[in-house]
Design a binder for this molecule. Sequence first.
Ligand code: AN7
Length: 371
Amino acid sequence: MYSGLINNYRSVLPVNDKTPIVSLHEGNTPLIRFYNLEKYLGANFSIYGKFEGLNPTGSFKDRGMTMAVSKALENKNIDSVICASTGNTSASAAAYAARANLKCFVIIPDGQIAFGKLAQAIAYGAKIIQINGNFDDGMSIIKNIADEQSNVCVVNSLNPFRIQGQKTISYEIFDQLGKLPDYHFLPVGNAGNINAHWIGYKEISGQSFNHCNLCSGNCEYMSSIKHAELPVIIGYQAIGAAPLATGKTFDNPRTIATAIKIGNPVSSEGALGVVEESSGWFDTSSDDEIVDAQKILAKKEGVFCEPASAISISGLIKENENKKINENSSVVCTLTGNGLKDPDIVMQKYTKDVKKVDPTFKSVKDVLMNI
Ligand code: AN7
């Protein structure tokens, strides 16, 4: 029986027999081939979505949180976890802390997080601290707390165990696809996840090619094979919150994709290294492009992801138009969170085809006949 990603990938994670595993059976999310999207885009390559919205709290954060909270519980001095969050980290931290009987504090930007995420943090019993500022303000407070309070564990992605848990996405993709993809698109906010993907891919390629027939070591030939096998990583940000795509911090980030409304990412340096090493790049989408991509994915494939996640798809649409994707290659888009978290977007931005009629067979039939 599947019992969560720590048990599944134990050999590549920093746990031992004494680590108490805190799990909600996260991971093992589907890698779905998007045939309709391929046809719609006239793509001569294959497109897959890794639907992380199907994790227990509805986002990829659960991969990191099972590790971070398990390691927090292993440390007997710790009685609380804390994070600053644009929403998903707080929902995930609150759920895993509840399961571990730890207290949970979350710092969120006032009035700027999706309704479903706030509802989750409340339901899971977190102590919620709203600040009259943005995510980046919250993050700088967190850094001070990390230095001062030894009984409180910070579970933002600067916690190295988070990244270790999140790297398992690459292992799953490799297992599901039977090979490494050629291109990988993902949204970038605080930039932990792009680093996690790359660590996973590099570890896998090291394992797959750990034997050279010529020298049985790590010669130049080996490195060139490894490099050729690794996916090109393409990170997308919203135009109004694009520190990595533009090379400058944003004091007042703005985007409809509140999950990635971040102006000064904690893991910038690592993220820049990833795109350089993978021969990838950063680029941006507008809010309209993000919402269009969300609609296309929902209507063409039946997959409803949140706006931040849809930027993977809007990025792919743009790079396909720019002819940046090689023929016959395989492309994976990480769909980081579930669309149900942010229903307000649908009510504001979609055409709602709702007919109200009398509760009779005749009136319903009239509607059916006129479609
Ligand atoms: C759906 O919850 O930062 O680049 O505090 O929720 O690793 O930060 C969320 C980030 C992408 C960006 N997609 O990942 C938080 C938070 C979704 C997200 C990202 C987030 P990183």
